[in-house]
Design a protein around this ligand. Sequence first.
Ligand code: HEC
Length: 164
Amino acid sequence: MYMKYKRNVLINLMTYLAMKRLLLIIGMGLSFNSVAQAATSALDGKAIFDKNCSVCHSVLPPPKTAPPITPLASRYHQMFKAKKDGVNHLVAYLKSPNKNNAIDPQAITRFGLMPALRLPDSELRAVAEWVWDQYNPNMGMGRGMGMGQGQGMGMGRGRGMNQQ
Ligand code: HEC
């Protein structure tokens, strides 16, 4: 009788420990999941672009009411060696666009000045990083899916880029 009771306690204890471990694993899984979700929602530059920028900017030519992003990204890569510097410049520009700061003042003549964007810094940074990453070294060089040449030359003529 006593032995049986002891064994039951032991079994209960083991079940308890197993459950605890299981809960811990589930808990870890859940928190990993929410960390991952927070990371994507805070840093999804493409989603921020779609929501806040795509009204005016297309990614590829032809332009909407602003220069397309891919040639702007090329321009940023021409002007800034380090991603950090390019991103910092773009974040500052998004907050307060002005002629002296613009990487392509001709775009202002053609499209008008971009309005300042009231977004949290974290979102501006994420979208700026996304813009930087849209650079395609093959564009405008006649390589890269056979689209590079046409678009690269088209933009070059239209906006005075690639002409140095
Ligand atoms: C209401 C229209 C509009 C919206 C919305 C808009 N832009 Fe612009 N953007 C423009 C126009 C017009 C220009 C060209 C004139 C200029 O440079 O100010 C421009 C210029 C730019 C440039 C070139 C900046 C430079 O350094 O010269 C970048 C990069 C850019 N936009 C990215 C974005 C991003 C990213 C967003 C969203 C977070 C955005 N724009 C939202 C209209 C817009």
